[in-house]
Design a protein around this ligand. Sequence first.
Ligand code: FAS
Ligand code: PHB
Length: 389
Amino acid sequence: MKTDVAIIGAGPAGLLLGHLLCAAGIATTIVERQSATHVLSRIRAGVLEATTTDLMRQLGLDQRLNAEGLRHEGFHLSSSLHSIRIDIVALTGKHVTVYGQTEVTRDLMDAAPERGLEVIYEAADVALHEIESNAPWIGFTKDGQHERLDARFIVGCDGFHGPSRRAIPESTIQLYDKVYPFGWLGLLADVPPCDQELIYTNHEHGFALASMRSATRSRYYLQVPLDEKVEDWPDDRFWDELSVRLGPEAGARITRGPAIEKSIAPLRSFVSEPMRHGSLFLAGDSAHIVPPTGAKGLNLAASDVAYLSAALRGFFRHGHTDGFESYSERALARIWKAERFSWYLTSLMHRFPSQSRFDRRMQLAELDYIANSRAAQTSIAENYVGLPL
Ligand code: FAS
Ligand code: PHB
């Protein structure tokens, strides 16, 4: 098999990039380890920046997003002392859209056949070869058959655990890593949300987040110790603790119901530099991870793809390579600022096991400052809606 650009991974990064390249007439094939059903079963992000919704609009794949996405003009940061509404529209003129990553992925998947985007699912043993040449190729196994996909470029959109980043020589790659001493226990339930907007709370017991997927489907998170197991959290225990952490007002508005999904995600900040090596590019979680507190993960994958698709268009249309030279630097400039914001909000809103009394007062003082400072709220708002490309 032969193509122009071979993409590893059919998550949001791979599918978005694949569609953008197909739309530009660049032959593209995606090789994905899992089945489409498995990819859609992963419950992840919920908040889309304009960067991401603009790409869906540019592709003409925003019909459902426009019909079902929820326009959000603000969100809340709360603690025992304050409930602060960050009015993102008043402070930045921009809004965000609540529309699950699962739905973005579904829209991109469903449109692939009619748009000529080839996605090979259930491809095992994916391996990268000759990435320092102008003729790299991917080896994989499909239905027990060994396959070879030759390409001009390979793009690793294979997430944190994929093979692409590991194909870059250790002598070249720089890794930056921070693992947080807690995880997020997420629950999805077909019950109406407890509020019209998202609520991030820093309670004595720990962080909680009230989010949603629609007016009838809620998404909640509780900070839990790293050694917790999902089976330690029957639904009733989750609902009781959520009610405590959200406080009496929001807690009283919670509608309980059976979990349709419940899982624990570890939190980490991670960046791998550079995002290009020879004919291999990295995009999305293969190159960076943020704690989900700032709702940046999916949106950073989208901005990587916006930069890289422009660079690939310039090459295939005009033979230009300047986009390739600048890709890593441009993408990393936006990534590092999102890493900072995600680390900041995670540090502000979570209880750390090693936290001293002084550290706790610093968190409460920061929230008190934010509650009374338009400048502080503006800084948070402009990062939350997404910094310019
Ligand atoms: P993805 O990980 O989504 O996709 C990578 C794809 O590559 C997968 O389909 C995988 O099967 C495939 N792959 C891996 N190895 C392969 C191989 N060897 N061969 C072929 N294919 C391979 N972000 C938020 O903004 N908010 C959240 O609440 C949030 N929650 C998250 C919870 C969890 C448990 C995780 C892991 C991430 C969460 N994120 C969240 C971040 C998440 O949304 C990512 O940023 C987003 O999925 C990035 O998309 P991709 O880069 O496409 O990576
Ligand atoms: C979600 O709805 O899954 C979500 C929303 C905002 C975040 C993280 C997760 O910061």
